[in-house]
Design a protein around this ligand. Structure first.
Ligand code: RB5
Length: 147
């Protein structure tokens, strides 16, 4: 079954989210947008929570969260069981967090990264496989804290 990407932002990440959605549309990548829907001030935990719930329910397999810095979103996301969120602002870390951490949520900041870099990061996040092996042991150790 094809899994759908989840995407969400707060007001401070809204404009970058729009640009990322255009990039996804151009590539024919399906996604569900969990809000927010404009630049009116709102609370990033609400949107991180909605996106993480969709992953926990299996409606989506990966997610992208955008706020001003990416940090608040990643803090909230990592409170959710089964979520491995990485706050990234460069392509090397984005690639490595898929290979080594099996990150299932990518967080970024509109006030930190430009749209070109953000879209390159999205491509790496979606197209880089988890390496498994020794990294699987470590990811299992991380996930043991869910219990
Ligand atoms: C909103 O001003 C800002 O605090 C939020 O988008 C985010 O950067 C929090 O981590």
């Amino acid at each position: 079954m094809e899994k759908i990407l989840a995407i969400a932002s707060d007001h401070a990440g809204y404009a970058l989210k729009v640009q990322i959605k255009k990039h996804l549309d151009d590539k024919g990548i399906r996604y569900i947008d969990f809000g927010t829907n404009d630049t009116a001030s709102c609370h990033y935990p609400d949107f991180a929570h909605k996106l993480c719930e969709a992953i926990q329910k299996g409606e989506c397999d990966k997610g992208i969260l955008v706020c001003g810095t990416g940090i608040g979103m990643s803090m909230v996301a990592n409170k959710h069981s089964g979520i491995r969120a990485a706050c990234c602002s460069d392509t090397f870390s984005t690639h490595a967090t898929r290979q080594h951490n099996d990150a299932n949520v990518l967080c970024m900041g509109e006030r930190v990264v430009g749209p070109g870099l953000a879209c390159d990061m999205v491509d790496l996040f979606l197209n880089t496989e988890f390496e498994g092996g020794r990294h699987a042991t470590r990811v299992e150790m991380v996930m043991s804290y869910d219990k």
